[in-house]
Design a protein around this ligand. Structure first.
Ligand SMILES: CC(C)C[C@H](N)C(=O)NCC(=O)O
Length: 494
């Protein structure tokens, strides 16, 4: 006799959800300026994790995050993750990791949102049009270091929770946060913290959500893979101090010449990695992957124009996407000790250290890569019969991460994107690295989704990094909607 009532109950439930979203979305729109101001405050903190001089700013950044979450009534902790040993042996306190909890209803799913608030270095003289630490709105784009990577996405998650609270709406899931301050330099200390808290903080976490990446185009995306990264220092040491190149040039075997010589053996001009064993380890591209890449809308000419190059390494879409996402590559980032100021100093640098990295993909193993690179560089160096000394160290060894796109987390993501943007998302991989993604997966055994809100042209790590207001604000609505969709996932899904 109760049966006829059922459809009207369903109608009521779905109406309530639709109503909630509209109200929440309106709330977000009407608080847009406040959110931009919050981002301005965060961008103003020079939380550069690679510069030891900026470490006090980084500590302050973590305090600011913790305080914001405390003021919202979260259960917040600043977790001490110990010290970092610098190359000269000096010890430096790592920025504390902020953990927070909103809600602990055992009948609900618990999601853990991971993000970071440290940034890459940025100086006006690098070619920024605006002060990198003064958020500047130009035509709806918010320029500032860390705006997209990853301060706005972290704030968007916090604001999504805040909107539910402000409207006295119950959060559809329990929400935990893990916010760190060392992502850009390899997430030092975070692996150990996750391992230590596996059976406490992480024990009731069902799913992990990361929003530390970007869309491929103007279409929203869900990300199911990231490359890892092995970062190396190769130091060549010669004379006891720098020398005049006129007085001594031609008589000494120069460290820089040795270094450039060995660097030139890492990768061919056409992008072929020359270190034995690296290419052989890579999982072959499957037919299914090929089809997925083929189906993605991606304009190579537009890509070329955006980054300002006349020619790309590959001329077809599938090859280009595959080499961006799921093949390794070698990048030489810079040489410490080299003369790089304006002017014409005539010096023979006594000690030079090259910094290069190799992006990792399945089935590469950082420990194996470390040995392959070290052995190879020493063998190439030996052939030069140089009296100089070579030292190779791997300073970051982050593994790649790959998710199952059939998991209900991705279905929920598609529904949330559809609701907010009225279109289906691209399913993409990311060429960059989120060092902790794989650790989360291996240590907690939980499923992860990456839900980017950054634009395809945000200029991460580059001059004039930005986050558009549109992505920031609509992204916040996406997170609001996603929390609701995740709450609908059947409790049995791992
Ligand atoms: C696009 C990346 C995944 C963003 C991430 N925050 C990052 O920059 N990681 C370090 C890296 O070098 O990839």
């Amino acid at each position: 006799m109760n049966l006829p009532v059922l459809p009207s109950i369903l109608l009521v439930i779905s109406t309530v959800h639709a109503f909630q979203y509209t109200e929440l979305a309106q709330y977000i729109d009407s608080h847009q300026e406040e959110y931009v101001e919050a981002l301005r405050d965060w961008v103003a903190i020079e939380s550069d994790s690679s510069n030891v001089v900026k470490r006090p700013d980084l500590h302050r950044m973590m305090e600011v995050v913790a305080q914001k979450l405390r003021l919202m009534g979260g259960t917040v902790e600043l977790v001490d993750i110990g010290e970092q040993e610098l190359p000269d042996g000096q010890k430096l306190a790592l920025p504390k990791v902020v953990t927070a909890l909103f809600g602990s209803d055992p009948s609900k799913h618990t999601v853990c949102v991971y993000g970071h608030v440290d940034v890459q270095p940025a100086k006006l003289e690098d070619g920024w049009v605006t002060d990198p630490y003064n958020l500047t709105d130009i035509n709806g784009n918010l320029y500032g270091r860390g705006a997209s990577d990853n301060k706005a996405p972290v704030l968007a998650w916090i604001h999504a929770v805040g909107a539910y609270q402000a409207l006295s709406m119950e959060l559809p899931v329990n929400v935990k946060f893990v916010i760190e301050g060392m992502e850009e330099t390899g997430s030092n200390g975070l692996d150990a913290m996750i391992l230590a808290q596996r059976d406490t903080f992480f024990s009731d976490v069902d799913y992990i959500i990361i929003s530390d990446c970007g869309w491929l185009s103007r279409r929203p995306a869900l990300t199911y893979g990231t490359r890892g990264n092995c970062y190396f220092f190769a130091e060549v040491k010669g004379p006891k101090q720098d020398l005049h190149s006129g007085i001594y040039g031609g008589t000494v075997i120069e460290p820089m010449t040795d270094l450039i010589g060995i660097l030139d053996t890492l990768i061919s001009p056409s992008g072929k990695i020359l270190i034995p064993g690296i290419r052989e380890a890579v999982a072959p591209l499957s037919d299914e992957e090929w089809r997925m890449y083929q189906d993605i809308e991606f304009d190579l000419d537009n890509y070329k124009t955006k980054i300002g190059v006349s020619q790309l390494m590959y001329t077809n879409k599938v090859d280009l996407l595959a080499h961006r996402w799921r093949y390794p590559t070698v990048t030489i980032h810079g040489i410490e000790g080299a003369f790089s100021d304006p002017g014409t100093k005539t010096v023979i640098p006594a000690k030079v250290t090259a910094k290069f990295s190799i992006r990792q993909v399945p089935n590469m193993e950082p420990a194996t890569v470390k040995k392959q690179v070290t052995d190879y560089l020493h063998s190439v160096f030996a052939k030069r019969k140089s009296p100089n000394k070579l030292k190779v160290t791997m300073v970051i060894g982050a593994k790649p991460w790959l998710a199952n796109t059939q998991h209900p987390l991705y279905e929920a993501g598609k529904l949330a994107v559809k609701r907010v943007f009225d279109m289906d998302p691209d399913l993409i991989r990311e060429g960059g690295t989120i060092p902790i993604a794989r650790t989360f997966q291996d240590v907690t055994g939980k499923s992860i989704i990456m839900m980017p809100i950054g634009g395809f042209d945000d200029g991460l790590h580059s001059q004039n990094e930005k986050m558009s207001r549109y992505n920031y604000i609509e992204g916040t609505k996406l997170f609001i909607s996603y929390l609701n969709e995740v709450s609908q996932i059947k409790k049995t899904s791992v």
